[in-house]
Design a protein around this ligand. Structure first.
Ligand code: SIN
Length: 525
């Protein structure tokens, strides 16, 4: 008999959303298992977030913050979700991040240092300099380790959600409403697939931006949660809205390093390689326009001037102490020979955030029974067509709480969620082929190039058609490969990448209206 676990709640993913729900559930006596692909909590998108967490100011009206989010999302947001995230911001940040976890947000003379980012109408971003996500994640981990109702399994990768009737050997399950009862999960250390049975499953797997050639995300952010939810039959929406962050470092030795928007919030300006500050030409808000506008402006300048990058000039404009305010950016650039107090930083846009995802309501419930989706993997409607800066950690926190509260309100009634003997063990291929890393690497790079060139900042019918056919061919080949080979974390990531990439391209093909982060240029067809 292979190993299996039974629990009340399985949380897949350990960023701020998954960590928050696991913390609340465990503290309230609900047996919970949290799985993470990494060795520790350092490979989450949360850990890499520099800017901070947006919070309604004491002296501002909720409508101001709500309007900023709606405007950034080009008004296709779910207004109730936007209201929820804004109205809960102050109390939940206070209760969980400050009172419980003791997160040391930056303070000067007894007041929080509030940062400014593009398209915000006021300074409202709590931060710990440019290490906000890292410090938040470390505090969560310290706290979660002490929870006795919580089991944390590192180096465990979600493969498929277990669903009824699909995974049940009992034929009468077909007459019941489809539901999830857990997940098949790879234990990377033993190389065995374990079944984790749960009454409720929360997917909090983060984003998918590493399916693009240039991304600000950890390498394994390749849409695992989206792929699993899709396979299980949950509804997805708005996957075409992929947000490109305007400024990631352009350097041959460094990939995926973000130059936080808070740098422009402190006055830094973009210039092309001819030394022209160009943003005023593109938007009245200039360097602090919405991210989609700034990214397209940079892309246009790069094409027009045949350049691979543009420059971000801090030295001429930022009035505060750069080294002190942005220590991570300063040190990283200095190690590469760029003294940002004197020289501009070479930057390019990079895939940063998926504004759509697994459709989920105000409590985090998806369209599949017993399945919740929270954080970046979800589409709660907060972000609409384009996310406002620093709202993602906030959304993760709020939906982490809402999903946990919803589960606590109904878990007692739910006794018979699954029957162990009904769900078969994982079937390993026989004979099993040994994985050739060169094939995995090549397929993964091919997907990244397809997405970058054909489904990137500016899309056209021809590019997307080409992306779809190339990805369909790859999908077919990768699935065969996945079925014959030993199962590893890298092959699961590859399968998830190609599936997610296809879903993004199909969503982009269905939507010919340019809005927010989806820009469809029909004139070039
Ligand atoms: C940044 O610091 O620019 C990233 C913050 C975010 O994406 O919300």
């Amino acid at each position: 008999m292979s190993e299996h676990y039974e629990t009340d709640v399985l949380v897949i993913g350990s960023g701020i959303a998954g960590s928050t729900s696991a913390l609340i559930l465990a503290e309230n006596g609900i047996p919970t298992i949290l799985i993470s692909k990494g060795n520790d909590f350092s490979e989450t998108n949360t850990n890499w977030a520099q800017g901070g967490i947006a919070c309604l100011n004491e002296d501002e009206k909720p409508e101001d913050f709500i309007n900023d989010i709606l405007k950034s999302g080009d008004f296709i947001n779910n207004k109730s979700a936007v209201e929820q995230v804004v109205k809960e911001s102050r109390s939940l940040i206070q209760k969980i991040l400050i009172d419980k976890l003791k997160i040391p947000f930056s303070v000067t003379n007894g007041s929080y240092d509030l940062a400014y980012e593009g398209a915000h109408s006021s300074r409202r971003i709590l931060n710990i300099k440019d290490m906000s996500g890292k410090i938040i994640q470390e505090h969560f981990f310290k706290y979660l380790k002490k929870q006795k109702n919580l089991k944390i399994l590192f180096k465990h990768t979600g493969i498929d959600l277990l669903t009824y009737p699909h995974h049940s050997l009992n034929p009468v399950r077909i007459y019941e409403e489809p539901k999830t009862v857990g997940a098949y999960v790879l234990d990377q250390t033993t190389k065995k697939v374990v079944r984790i049975f749960a009454k409720k499953v929360i997917i909090a797997t983060g984003g998918l931006s590493s399916i693009y050639l240039h991304s600000t995300n950890p390498a394994d952010s390749c849409g695992g949660g989206v792929a699993m939810a899709y396979q299980a039959g949950a509804k997805l929406a708005h996957l075409e809205y992929i947000q490109f962050h305007p400024t990631s470092l352009f350097h041959k030795d460094v990939d995926s390093f973000l130059i936080s928007e808070t740098v422009r919030g402190e006055g830094a300006k973009l210039m092309n390689r001819k030394g022209e500050y160009f943003m005023k030409k593109y938007s009245p808000q200039a360097d602090l326009a919405t991210r989609d506008e700034v990214s397209r402006a940079i892309y246009s300048e790069m094409i027009k001037n045949d350049d691979d990058y543009v420059m971000l000039d801090l030295a001429s404009f930022v009035k505060i102490n750069i080294k002190e305010r942005f220590p991570t950016i300063y040190d990283t650039c200095m190690k590469l020979g760029i003294d940002i107090e004197g020289k501009p930083i070479p930057v390019v846009p990079a895939a940063h955030y998926c504004c759509g995802g697994v459709l989920s309501n105000l409590k985090g419930r998806t369209t599949l029974k017993n399945l919740y989706a929270i954080g970046e993997v979800s589409n709660t409607g907060v972000h609409g067509a384009n996310r406002l800066a620093s709202v993602s950690l906030l959304e993760g926190l709020v939906w982490g709480v809402k999903s946990a509260e919803d589960i606590m309100s109904c878990i007692d009634e739910q006794r018979e969620a699954y029957v162990l003997s009904e769900v078969p063990e994982w079937k390993y291929p026989s004979p099993q082929e040994e994985l050739d890393p060169a094939l995995v690497w090549q397929d993964s790079v091919t997907i990244k190039y397809i997405m970058w060139n054909y489904s990137g900042i500016i899309r056209t019918q021809k590019r997307l058609d080409r992306a779809k056919s190339d990805l369909q061919y790859l999908h077919h080949r990768i699935i065969k490969f996945y079925q014959k080979n030993e199962i590893t974390d890298s092959i699961i990531n590859l399968r998830d990448s190609v599936q997610t990439a296809l879903l993004v391209v199909q969503a982009a093909l269905r939507n010919k209206v340019s809005r927010g982060a989806h820009y469809f240029n029909s004139r070039t067809d």
